[in-house]
Write a protein that binds this ligand. Structure first.
Ligand code: ADP
Length: 906
């Protein structure tokens, strides 16, 4: 449930710092996030992400924690939660400070956080940000001196005076921690210690917060700095403090080395210094420097160099001390802490002269390079406007080259987890040229060690030739190409590494200034989102086109219909089936406009059924297209209830016209075949009758003529006449015999007879005449009794009987226009267990004087009739041991019925 997300998040929040279970804490917070995301529990999302961000500071890359804080403030803005909008944004500032991002970029973040706090009229939140800004401004050298927060807008004493007990304790605690850090860095250790003492009683409210890291680190280095001149009592107490703080830092460093190992190493180095364990101290300072550099903590690396420099100087090791100082200055410069750089330059003037490459000197004395907000906004809008993957890639790499000052750039994406180069941009003849590529990364493309470092730490790497870290110096590419400036920025979305941007300049060192890196990092975070969206979009497009292709091939469109809003959505194929252009807005009316008028009632019934029953069902109907063409469609409807209890429908419409046509053609072919058989049989019969009967008839006629001649003589020859008459009689009998023989032939006693289900025979016969029925607008009903005993017979002959009876019925109804033409076929069992089949029509009926002639051969009332059908039918039924009879209906029409004995009784 929704509240449980908050419960899990808060358990995660306290698990690490309070119960020393950081891994479990992370998993709880992750569970909370996953739950909130999976079920869309938006109300608690700002709090859940905030807790996750807080936990992530202890257990994940700093960048991941920052992303969660951003997610917290973003969801807070979405849900109108002003408080958490403030908490999220000022913790982003905390994160970028912790990451030692260039200070001018950090300042920009703080401006945004301050704007939110003011908007929310949340004074405590505003003062949290103002404290952060004091620290930033002091380091940047914008305050009256490095030793104060004061400037034209800020009065440190007045600010501290209003930190009364009615204010937010967390805000007060954090202010003192920031002051502790600032005063330590300015070298005002006594003030730093006083600030630590002010923070200490408030620490219990800050238990889970990352600010504790600064408290533990800077209090330790402060007392270590003061230690030498302290009383023995103080020293005793501080030794304990140092042990305790070292222990705490050790726990964090073991939990997540990339963020904490350098802090732990530096405090441990300071302890070694105090204990005069020189070898340990030397090794540990080096370790602090290395760890800080590997994690990209440029400020902390500077501090480690600075403290190491002090240690070497105290041992009169000037060269090493000097080298560390130089490195420290370099780090502070890259961090953008010009106040701190100025302090070093004043203390050690020779440092300044040495580093005074013209470009750098200009940087230091120039006013702080301001981030060009308009450029950043324009650039990130340009990237976010694109939705096609190719365009996003091209725009992004172009912008990166233009704003980064690089000569060459590569965009690396991770389509299946492995890095692949997606685009390469080069500057040539004044323009940026972009080539989209799809290639694996090789050692000749870029320094792979740099890329792997970025992938592993998710932090940007800058290498310029003045300070090429030993880590990358051995890289084959570095040795071969010798780029003067290299920058590799990760593209992160939340915690997911989407890609990396690699930029290089082979001619100019230090082109990647703090301001440029800040722009690129902002651009990178926007680009990561755009790239992810574009990838999703192209995946979506791919699966959509597969679906559309499938729909086209199978002639099946899909649709959805929300009954309460009336809104319908159709797939391309649905538009095609209904014969509408894609710009038509689908409604029920557009559907009705295409339904065949005869099927409209059926379709309306189905829609009513859908809205009342809302189940899963399907039906068929016809469409009448504008050109008069008729389509047959099969519609499948699936109903689901929405949250308001209304039905939402989804379904398919399949064009089955081709199948229907094929089916009808098959029926016609079968019926035609049956008809041909019938006609052929009759034709053969007629021919054989003609042939067989012609002979005796010719004999009859010639004998009769002879007889007349004998009688017409002067003296009639009666004997001859009698003999001719004898011959006539003989031939007459012979003709009769021929007819009998033909009937016997039809009886075909040798045809194999099998047990049959008469209902099956009826169904098969009906299928044969189905086409005729439709063509002559006759509707047919079958009423077939269940559980009939099988009959014995010849399936084909019995079919022929039924087809004959049905055909006669249809013909008898041809002239009827005043009533529906209905034909009913029934099967049943009579009292003597015979199976009865009857065919009832409502046609012209049987005239009284025809009743006993119907079954005679050659009796017909039709102009083109043969008069053989019923006669043959009777022969067939007789041969089956049954009876065929006709009767007049009570109403209009006639009924023909035959009875067959059950199997085994024939
Ligand atoms: P034909 O159909 O070639 O005339 P039949 O032997 O099948 O030959 O039918 C003989 C006659 O019986 C028909 O011409 C018709 O007058 C009459 N008859 C058959 N079936 C019906 C019926 N269902 N209703 C009315 N008269 C019928």
């Amino acid at each position: 449930s929704d509240p449980s997300t908050l419960g899990f998040a808060l358990v995660g929040f306290i698990s690490g710092p309070v119960f020393h279970r950081y891994g479990a804490g992370y998993r709880f917070a992750k569970l909370a996030c996953d739950l909130a995301e999976k079920h869309g529990f938006v109300a608690n999302q700002p709090k859940v992400y905030h807790a996750m961000g807080t936990v992530a500071f202890w257990t994940q890359p700093v960048g991941a924690a920052i992303d969660f804080m951003r997610a917290s403030s973003r969801t807070a803005i979405e849900t109108g939660d002003l408080t958490f909008t403030c908490y999220g944004t000022h913790q982003v500032v905390t994160g970028v400070l912790l990451r030692n991002a260039p200070l001018d970029a950090v300042w920009r973040e703080s401006e945004m956080a301050l704007a939110f706090a003011r908007e929310a009229k949340y004074d405590d939140a505003a003062d949290i940000v103002r404290s952060q800004q004091r620290f930033i401004a002091t380091m940047q050298g914008r305050t009256a001196s490095l030793s104060t927060f004061n400037d034209a807008q800020f009065d440190e004493a007045a600010f501290e005076a209003q930190l009364t007990h009615d204010r937010m304790p967390l805000m007060i605690c954090w202010y003192w921690i920031l002051k502790l850090k600032a005063r330590f860095l300015s070298g005002d250790y006594a003030e730093a210690l006083a600030a630590a003492d002010n923070a200490k009683p408030l620490l219990s409210v800050a238990t889970a917060q990352i600010q504790l890291l600064d408290y533990f680190t800077y209090t330790a280095v402060t007392v270590a700095a003061l230690y030498g001149n302290a009383s023995e009592d103080e020293q005793h107490g501080w030794r304990e403090l140092l042990r305790a703080h070292q222990e705490q830092l050790r726990e964090w460093a073991e939990t997540y080395p990339p963020t904490f190992a350098d802090k732990y190493a530096l405090v441990t180095a300071e302890i070694a210094r105090l204990e005069r364990r020189d070898a340990d101290a030397m090794r540990l300072y080096e370790q602090a420097v290395q760890s800080a550099r590997e994690s990209g903590f440029v400020q902390f690396e500077g501090l480690a160099h600075e403290l190491a420099a002090g240690w070497y100087a105290a041992r009169a090791s000037t060269t090493a001390g000097h080298a560390h100082l130089k490195a420290a200055r370099n780090c502070y410069l890259r961090w953008g802490a010009l106040g701190k750089v100025r302090q070093l330059d004043q203390r050690y003037p020779e440092l300044r002269q040495e580093s005074a490459s013209p470009a750098l000197a200009a940087t230091i004395d120039a006013p702080i390079e301001q981030l060009d907000v308009a450029t950043v906004i324009k650039a990130s809008q340009a990237v976010s406007r694109e939705i096609e993957l190719g365009n996003v890639i091209e725009t992004l790499i172009k912008l990166a080259i233009e704003h980064g000052g690089a000569e060459r750039g590569l965009l690396i994406l991770f389509p299946n987890g492995d890095p692949r180069i997606s685009a390469e941009a080069t500057t040539g003849r004044g323009a940026v040229e972009v080539a989209l590529r799809q290639a694996a990364v090789t050692p000749s493309d870029l320094p792979e060690s740099v890329l792997h470092y970025v992938i592993r730490t998710r932090q940007s790497v800058i290498v310029d030739d003045a300070a090429a870290p030993a880590l990358f110096a051995a890289d084959a590419y570095m040795q071969e190409v010798r780029p003067r400036s290299v920058l590799c920025v990760p593209l992160l979305k939340q915690t997911k590494l989407v890609g990396a941007l690699y930029l290089e300049n082979t001619l100019t060192p230090r082109v990647f200034t703090a301001a440029r890196i800040a722009v690129l990092e902002l651009l990178a975070s926007q680009a990561a989102i755009s790239l992810e969206n574009a990838t999703l979009y192209s995946d979506l497009r791919r699966s959509e086109s597969i679906l559309a292709e499938g729909q086209r091939i199978s002639h099946t469109g899909s649709w959805s219909w929300n009954a309460s809003t009336g809104e319908q959505r159709w797939s391309e194929e649905t538009f095609r089936i209904f014969g509408y252009g894609p710009d038509v807005r689908p409604t029920l009316e557009t559907v009705f406009a295409r339904v065949h008028p005869d099927d409209l009632p059926l379709v309306q019934r189905q829609i009513e059924r859908a809205s009342s029953e809302g189940q899963h069902f399907d039906f068929e109907h016809r469409l009448l297209m504008p050109g008069g063409a008729v389509k047959h469609v099969n519609v499948v409807v699936h109903a689901v209830r929405d949250q308001a209890g209304q039905f939402d429908y989804a379904g398919t419409v399949m064009d089955v016209t081709a199948a229907k046509r094929a089916e009808e053609e098959l029926r016609t072919a079968q019926a035609d075949l049956a008809n041909v058989t019938r006609v052929t049989t009759l034709g053969e019969l007629a021919a054989s009758i003609a042939h067989e009967v012609n002979q005796p008839l010719t004999a009859v006629v010639s004998n009769a003529e002879a007889c007349r001649r004998w009688l017409n003589r002067g003296t009639p020859d009666l004997d001859e006449a009698r003999s001719a008459l004898e011959s006539i009689i003989k031939n007459g009998h012979r003709a009769g015999e021929v007819i009998r023989r033909i009937r016997a032939l039809l009886n075909r006693t040798d045809t194999p007879k099998a047990p049959l289900d008469i209902n099956d025979v009826v169904d098969e016969a009906v299928a044969l005449v189905h086409h005729d029925l439709a063509g002559r607008r006759v509707s047919m009903r079958t009423e077939l009794a269940g559980a009939l005993p099988p009959v014995e017979g010849d399936r084909i002959q019995l079919q022929q009987v039924i087809v004959n009876l049905v055909t006669n019925g249809i013909e008898a109804m041809q002239s009827i226009t005043t009533r529906p033409r209905l034909l009913v076929i029934r099967t049943q069992q009579d009292e003597s267990h015979n199976v009865l089949v009857s065919v009832t029509d409502c046609g012209v009926g049987i005239a009284a004087d025809h009743a006993d002639k119907l079954f005679d051969a050659f009796f017909t009332t039709k102009s083109s009739g043969m008069g053989m059908g019923l006669s043959i039918c009777r022969s067939i039924i007789d041969a089956h041991g049954g009876r065929l009879s006709a009767s007049r209906n009570a109403g209009p029409g006639a009924t023909f019925q035959f009875a067959l004995p059950p199997y085994g009784h024939a």
